[in-house]
Design a binder for this molecule. Structure first.
Ligand SMILES: [Zn+2]
Length: 113
């Protein structure tokens, strides 16, 4: 009886790290999936290895991060429209057919005089 109890205890001890490894692997896979080039910048659609996920869940490329900084989206877009037409065109093109609030904002600012 004592041996069986010990065997069970041993089995349980082995199971804990095994389950943790599976959970860890899933987390790593999720992170890899989120940062892989198949995902793209929320703002301009760039898919490169500079993508970073913000706390709010948006993905940004180094170019957008550098120019956006702490600007609100509407301030940043108006700045971009005037000061960085290459990036602005990328953003406009990426949100041409989008239906989320950011896409709507891009189209609204695009037609502003
Ligand atoms: Zn970008």
């Amino acid at each position: 009886m004592k041996t069986i109890a010990k065997m069970k205890e041993g089995k349980q001890r082995k199971m804990v790290p095994f389950i943790s490894l599976i959970a860890l692997r899933r987390r790593i896979e999720k992170l890899e999936e989120m940062t892989s080039p198949t995902h793209s910048c929320t703002f301009c659609g760039t898919a490169d290895d500079t993508l970073v996920i913000s706390a709010e869940g948006s993905v940004s490329c180094s170019g957008c991060r550098a120019s956006k900084g702490d600007y609100e989206c509407n301030e940043w877009l108006r700045w971009l429209k005037v000061n960085d037409t290459v990036q602005w065109d990328r953003v406009v093109d990426h949100h041409r057919l989008g239906s989320n609030p950011f896409s709507n904002l891009v189209r609204k600012i695009r037609i502003e005089p």
